[in-house]
Write a protein that binds this ligand. Structure first.
Ligand code: ADP
Ligand code: ZN
Length: 373
């Protein structure tokens, strides 16, 4: 069967520039693309769910090009982003005799990408790495931007490095085996890009989301468009001091909900927190008189149509009181002089960074959302 059309998204970061290839069935043709980087050996880092599905095909694709390829699988789940797993992965990379010119290939979701990417950043003071993201979230978010790292007892992603991949292969067919809940969660981040600054892309999502979920060409287009959107922001602000904050739309509320549910993925996964967070950011913008109510209603209607949660009451086991939510937010964000910085919106596709939002305004908004008012 001929390879389906491949979309190339360049990430022009000077001497760290790389390409993201997006397409259905890319894994089968991964050999030549990865071999073109000129390595002699590669270690595939994956997890115990993804490995049995795809690691052999990838290893064989590399071996056909004459690369020495080995595989190392970690336990699935966020708990694997730990010092202990980092040690195991670094040792596996060294045991596989991966030299400076060789490759670490991350085959998995965000957990594998962050962990393997960080190992690649530090082993031998940095070896190159390739991402083969296997979740929608990883294809549209974590594989663009070069953030790698692990969690510490003090919080998530607190130990890490910026380390750009040399190549990203987003094979959209790999998402066919992804649990629907993970698919939806990743889709919340896709919608986010439209909400930030691309109203036409949000319209497109409303019209085409079914194709994204069922695996039509719309899926490739949604992944590519999301990568383009994130790449544009990352290129403007690689190290996250300015504009990159817009990517946090929906995340102040979302992170608070993840914290309140103790990162228990049985209750809430990241993208579900983001879906509720996007709705809250829009309704908060409405309550501040910044955004037409109709836009907030459209955001909620679209996310709900795909099966995502949109309200605090949708959090299984509850979301705590307004004070709990404010406490959780204060851990994520610095409260300066009784005020917080939020990403708010004047409408769909018109988000902006809003410093100086008084905690009292957040409090009364949350009270109206929880019914405590
Ligand atoms: P995220 O990208 O959302 O951070 P994880 O890396 O935690 O996600 O992956 C979410 C879950 O989905 C994990 O249990 C992982 O093993 C599993 N998974 C990842 N990719 C696939 C896939 N393509 N098919 C089936 N399961 C997958
Ligand atoms: Zn996110």
């Amino acid at each position: 069967m001929p390879e389906a059309p491949v979309i190339t998204v360049p990430v022009p970061l000077g001497d760290r520039a790389y390409d993201i290839f997006v397409g259905r069935g890319l894994l089968a043709g991964a050999g030549p693309r990865i071999a073109a980087l000129g390595a002699r050996a590669a270690i595939i880092i994956t997890d115990e769910n993804v490995g049995p599905l795809y690691a052999d095909a990838l290893a064989e694709a590399l071996q056909r090009q004459g690369l020495r390829a080995t595989t190392f699988a970690v336990t699935p789940g966020e708990a694997t982003k730990s010092y202990a797993s980092l040690e195991k992965v670094c040792d596996a990379v060294l045991a596989a005799k991966i030299e400076r010119g060789d490759l670490v290939v991350a085959l998995g979701g965000g957990v594998v990408g962050d962990l393997a990417g960080f190992a690649a950043a530090v082993v031998r003071r940095g070896v190159r790495f390739v991402q083969v993201p296997t979740t929608l979230l990883a294809q549209v978010d974590s594989s663009v931007g070069g953030k790698t790292g692990i969690n510490s007892r003090y919080g998530k992603n607190l130990v890490g490095a910026f380390h750009q991949p040399s190549l990203v292969l987003a094979d959209t067919a790999l998402l066919d085996t992804l649990p629907i809940r993970e698919m939806r969660a990743g889709y919340a981040e896709v919608v986010k890009y439209g909400l930030i600054d691309d109203a036409r892309f949000f319209d497109w999502c409303e019209a085409n989301w079914r194709g994204v979920f069922s695996g039509g060409l719309e899926r490739d287009e949604a992944v590519a468009q999301s990568c383009r959107a994130k790449a544009a922001v990352v290129v403007r602000d690689e190290r996250e001091d300015g504009d990159r904050a817009l990517l946090n739309l929906g995340h102040t509320f979302g992170h608070a909900l993840e914290r309140i549910t103790r990162y228990d993925s049985a209750r809430l996964v990241h993208g579900e927190g983001v879906a509720i967070g996007l709705c809250l950011a829009f309704r908060f913008s409405v309550s501040l008189g910044l955004c037409p109510a109709a836009d907030a209603e459209r955001v909620e209607a679209h996310l709900a149509a795909t099966g995502l949660p949109t309200r605090l009451s949708h959090v299984p086991g509850g979301c705590g009181s307004v004070d709990d939510l404010l406490d959780a937010m204060a851990q994520d964000k610095k409260v300066k002089g009784g005020a917080l910085t939020f990403i708010l919106a004047r409408g769909i596709g018109q988000s902006f960074i809003a410093p100086g939002i008084a905690v009292e305004k957040v409090r009364s908004f949350l009270a109206s959302e929880t019914g405590e008012a």
